[in-house]
Design a protein around this ligand. Structure first.
Ligand SMILES: [Zn+2]
Length: 589
């Protein structure tokens, strides 16, 4: 009897732990038990050099047609998570209709940018990607496996031991900017530890490892594979970010600590990472401030500290249409504070800004919220363009992946974008102009007949779900291309059709940044010690210099130098200093 109940208890614990590890993110439930890792047909795709060389060749080819000009001192990258091309068309129509126009002729702010391109979003092991492998592509310049962040495709998802091998680690354009003496920061309406912003600073085999308890839940040692919140506070480059603004307090607090708004932390290691972030700044003798509501954020604009951390919710920020506007800042307000803070560095900065909740609303088939969040992103881009000069600041707006919202039917010009199509289905039942292929908006047939959604009691309420064909707890991403809009120096380089991982290389080109100060050399530098962990010496040997994108002083542009594959035995600081010196002299600074 004892053993049976013990067995039951064990099974429950096991079940809970499996649910825990596979369901941390309500919108992106991962099923480790059915995860199928496949090696790419071209084995070179698991290396960073493959993707870097591919991007460099494409840039060389593009120089034949593009008209590069100027130098981007500042780079701001805006990411609409899940902002598919149909989402743009629907959001601009809603924007116009809110202004009492027909709507279709309207533009989101960034749709007026001079250049637009299309990016292919697939990842190394997935036709349809997630926000982690895509963040690795558009921030680190290398395609990777779904669910992984800041590591090459040599690391399968959940493979903690593989991710410890630093030869798989990638650096983001935020680190490239820091290495050049510029500043860097992140802003998001999601948790700051969520997949998109984490692409700027984390090296991790599973995007769900936002706190140490999640690493434990997958049976790994958080001391070996550090969680994402820990990495943001304690490791490079996150610990050098001048601005970190978003949600996600719970990932930074122990599970017995209640935050400012009554939610408990999720950490099991007892660490209070917000205090540790502050302590780190005290030790470095720099000014700092932690804020957690809108009033504090707005007042900090008057006397900006060197380092600013703002965590405005326990998890993601509220949707704009549901937020308390007195306590929660808008994305435009967050963006403004970040730009004001980072602009104090004369050398410039890299800022990543994410409208993170477009994706979440789509996953719930709540289309009005998805479109409104897209309009909020547009407002934030508008604010950035007001604050920055077009001749020295590059703004890039894109998305990580599509969704399965269809913009369909034959509605008349000016028809309500959130309403039903003018025509019914062949069954005589209405359908929505914006509907989904799959998701929780599925309605079971009644008497063998589709239900008339327009007669539902909560029809068109904010949280009403548009209808979906296939029942799914969470609607899926889509596999089609995403748009890339560019404004500022070298914007013409962003035209055309390209792989998503080219985006940071293009931004680095425009900013005259060293494209990659260091690429870890997987080929012959990475020698492991007996524990499978790279020794310091082996790690140093594994560092190789990448290519530098730069222009000569006469503004005549030349092709980027191809990454050479020699592995330097020197320490990091030495080639960096040489590079900086060379770069400065070259630019006559
Ligand atoms: Zn998603």
């Amino acid at each position: 009897m004892f053993s049976i109940s013990g067995c039951v208890v064990f099974s429950v614990i096991l079940l809970l732990s499996v649910q825990n590890s596979s369901g941390y993110d309500e919108y992106h439930k991962s099923q480790r038990n059915i995860y199928r890792h496949s090696m790419p047909q071209n084995r070179q795709e698991v290396t960073s050099t493959h993707w870097v060389n591919e991007a460099q060749s494409a840039i060389e080819a593009r120089l034949k047609y593009a008209q590069p000009r100027g130098r981007a001192r500042n780079v701001v990258m805006f990411l609409g998570d899940g902002m598919s091309v149909p989402t743009l068309a629907a959001a601009r129509t809603l924007l116009g209709q809110r202004e009492n126009r027909t709507g279709e002729e309207s533009n989101l702010f960034f749709e007026t940018f001079p250049t637009v391109g299309l990016a292919k979003t697939y990842c190394v092991d997935s036709q349809i990607p997630d926000s982690a492998c895509t963040a690795t592509a558009y921030l680190c310049g290398v395609k990777a496996n779904r669910g992984t962040l800041g590591v090459t495709a040599a690391v399968p998802r959940w493979d903690c031991p593989a991710s410890v091998d630093t030869s798989s680690h990638l650096e983001s354009i935020a680190a490239w900017a820091l290495a050049d003496g510029r500043d860097a920061g992140i802003v998001t309406t999601a948790r700051v530890t969520h997949a998109s912003p984490a692409g700027a600073y984390a090296n991790v085999a599973n995007r769900d490892w936002e706190n140490d308890a999640q690493v434990h839940a997958d049976q790994y040692d958080p001391e070996l594979c550090r969680d994402i919140a820990y990495q943001l506070v304690h490791t490079y480059p996150g610990n050098q970010f001048k601005v970190i603004l978003g949600g996600g307090r719970r990932e930074f607090l122990p599970n017995d600590v209640i935050d400012e708004e009554g939610s408990s932390g999720r950490r099991s290691d007892g660490r209070h990472l917000i205090e540790e972030w502050q302590m780190d700044k005290i030790m470095r003798n720099v000014s700092y401030q932690y804020v957690w509501n809108r009033e504090q954020l707005l007042s900090v604009n008057n006397d900006l500290p060197d380092y600013l951390l703002g965590l405005f919710e326990a998890s993601h920020l509220q949707y704009n249409m549901q937020a308390n506007n007195y306590t929660e800042p808008t994305l435009a307000e967050l963006t403004e504070t970040a730009i004001r803070s980072l602009s104090r560095n004369d050398k410039g900065f890299f800022l990543f800004v994410e409208g993170g909740r477009i994706d979440h609303a789509h996953h719930d088939n709540q289309v009005e919220l998805a479109l409104d969040e897209t309009i909020e992103l547009s407002r934030a881009v508008n604010r950035a363009a007001e604050l920055l000069a077009e001749d020295d600041s590059l703004i890039v707006v894109t998305s990580d992946h599509a969704h399965v919202m269809a913009f369909n039917g034959y509605t008349h010009r000016g028809g309500d974008i959130l309403g039903p199509s003018d025509t019914t289905g062949d069954d005589g039942v209405p359908y929505m102009t914006l509907s989904y292929t799959n998701g929780p908006g599925y309605r079971p047939y009644v008497n063998n007949q589709r239900v008339d959604i327009t007669r539902e009691e909560n029809y068109r309420d904010l949280e009403w779900r548009s209808h979906a064909e296939i029942p799914l707890e969470s609607e899926t991403h889509g596999g089609e291309d995403v748009a890339v809009f560019a404004w500022g120096p070298h914007n013409s380089m962003f035209s055309g059709m390209y792989e998503q991982n080219q985006i940071p290389h293009l931004m680095a080109y425009a900013a005259w940044l060293s494209l990659k100060d260091y690429i870890l050399c997987e080929r012959d530098g990475a020698k492991k010690n007996t524990n499978g962990v790279l020794s310091r010496a082996a790690r140093d040997v594994s560092i190789m210099r990448g290519a530098t994108y730069r222009t000569d002083s006469s503004q005549a542009h030349r092709a980027p130098r191809r990454a050479h594959v020699a592995c330097h035995a020197s320490l990091r600081a030495e080639p960096l200093a040489t590079l900086r010196h060379g770069h400065r002299a070259h630019l006559r600074l």
